[in-house]
Design a protein around this ligand. Structure first.
Ligand code: GDP
Ligand code: GDP
Length: 435
């Protein structure tokens, strides 16, 4: 999926534009307390071409010098990582030297750059926007992110310039596994260990991208593809504050995987970024295993494991289904167990349950806890079908789909899990009006 990055000085309206383009949709993960609402990357799927949008903001510079330096880093990263750059300017503040500086950088890039002047709320500002032609660019978009003016035109401009999305590889036979985690959690070490066990049959695959290395291997006579996001390291140093760009690699890998191996550092614990990335995997409907690495480095007594599990369960509240593995890539401890777990999860991810069995479970769930009354009438559930796998997806035919609350959806999902397991995989459930 192509990546669109919004760059620009603080306060020009990047996050406002980000939300505007996103067109806020029903939150899934956010319904669970403790999960951050403040994400600065998102998948935009409501237009003809899907793309990943990044708001590169979020830094608070102390001085003009620092501001310029951070803007350069930010722009450089956008130039490397994005397929298209939206350079956002502010008509209220006018053209500044920092804008000029960034424009000079962007001019040398052979990727599409859109120059967008924000806060054009009316005619007066429209005239003011002409000042920005001094940047030496041919086209300028004017928008009011706050009021939504010009945004459709801008989106059309973005879509027209995005590369055609390559067709995803749909080799249904192969199970794809992406190894994801923050820098230094031990991804490379883990991958080396994993492939070490399977080395005889492992080989690099053509189509490996700039962002990850793919390796095909066979486990238990089944084909797998390992997507290793750590395999390629960025040249040169980048500011930790702009770490969100490392999320981009994770997101790209996630788009073409079945299973996510989310690696967590036992010493460091879970960070906000881990949560965001895991939340994204959940929303995308990917199966997920939590791999706690560096277990050797932890001082342990007989309660350490239990406490750790409990902590992870509380933190990843929206992932009650994810198996947790404690390993050490350094010593190799329990690494050999990972593929066994992956194999189980892959089966669950592809599992199809019988309609008869399914409806028994749903009927029983409904009779012990019937749906609410909506506009004076009790909501009715007629029957359920499984409509897909990868992940298992269900449609429940009902009297009035709009009346069903998220909590009832969660209730049914839990009942389906109690009955069938589906370990490691999210479940999708849709209410639909019976015709
Ligand atoms: P960021 O730091 O670049 O992400 O900027 P924000 O999105 O946080 O916006 C900074 C300020 O500009 C906020 O107070 C916004 O309400 C305001 N703002 C954003 N877009 C517009 C706009 O189109 N018109 C006006 N008048 N204000 C805007
Ligand atoms: P990556 O950035 O996620 O690919 O992490 P690396 O595999 O490069 O590992 C980062 C650092 O953690 C290296 O110094 C590794 O030697 C160390 N490391 C990796 N796995 C383990 C482990 O299981 N135990 C300990 N103690 N250190 C580890």
């Amino acid at each position: 999926m192509p990546v669109v990055a919004i760059v620009g000085r603080p306060n020009v309206g990047k996050s406002t534009l980000f939300n505007r383009i996103l067109g806020r949709r029903k939150a899934l993960v956010e319904d669970f307390p403790g999960v951050t609402r403040d994400r600065n990357y998102a998948e935009v799927t409501r237009f003809d071409k899907p793309f990943t949008l990044i708001d590169t903001g979020g830094f608070e510079p102390q001085s003009q010098e620092r501001l310029l330096q951070q803007m350069r880093e930010q722009s450089q990263l956008a130039i490397e990582e994005a397929d298209l750059i939206v350079f956002l300017l502010d008509v209220q503040q006018g053209l500044t030297p920092a804008d000029q500086d960034v424009a000079n950088m962007l001019r040398r890039v052979d990727k599409p750059v859109l120059y967008v002047v924000n806060k054009v709320d009316g005619d007066r500002q429209e005239q003011g926007a002409a000042e920005f032609y001094a940047l030496g660019v041919e086209d300028i978009f004017t928008v009011s992110a706050e009021h939504g003016l010009g945004v459709n035109h801008l989106v059309a401009g973005i879509l027209a310039r995005l590369p055609e999305a390559p067709k995803p590889v749909t080799d249904e036979e192969v199970t794809r596994i992406a190894v994801i985690g923050r820098p230094n959690v031990g991804k490379s070490s883990l991958v080396n260990r994993l492939l070490g066990y399977e080395r005889v049959v492992a080989n690099p695959v053509a189509g490996t991208t700039r962002d990850s290395v793919d390796t095909a291997f066979v486990y238990n006579r089944k084909p797998y593809l390992l997507i290793d996001t750590a395999g390629i390291r960025r040249k040169g140093k980048v500011s930790q504050k702009l770490e969100k760009f490392s999320v981009v690699q994770a997101l790209k890998a996630m788009e073409r995987t079945d299973i996510v191996l989310m690696v967590i550092d036992a010493e460091e614990g879970v960070t906000e970024q881990d949560l965001n990335v895991a939340g994204y995997a959940h929303e995308q409907g990917r199966a997920l295993l939590l791999v706690v690495n560096k277990w050797d480095a932890i001082e342990k007594d007989n309660q350490t494991l239990g406490r750790f599990v409990e902590k992870i369960r509380v933190t990843f509240k929206f992932l009650p289904y994810a198996p947790i593995l404690f390993v050490s890539a350094l010593t190799g401890q329990r690494v050999a167990k990972i593929m066994g777990e992956v194999e189980k999860v892959a089966l669950e991810y592809n599992r199809q349950v019988g309609t008869g069995e399914l409806n028994k479970v749903v009927e029983k769930a409904v009779s012990s806890h019937p749906p609410a009354v909506y506009h004076g009438k009790r909501l009715k559930i007629f029957y359920a079908v499984q409509v897909g796998v990868r992940p298992p997806s269900f449609v429940i035919f009902v009297s009035k789909a709009e009346g069903f609350h998220f909590s009832y959806e969660r209730y049914l999902v839990n009942k389906i899990r109690d009955a069938f397991g589906f370990q490691g995989t999210p479940i999708r459930l849709f209410f639909r009006d019976r015709e």
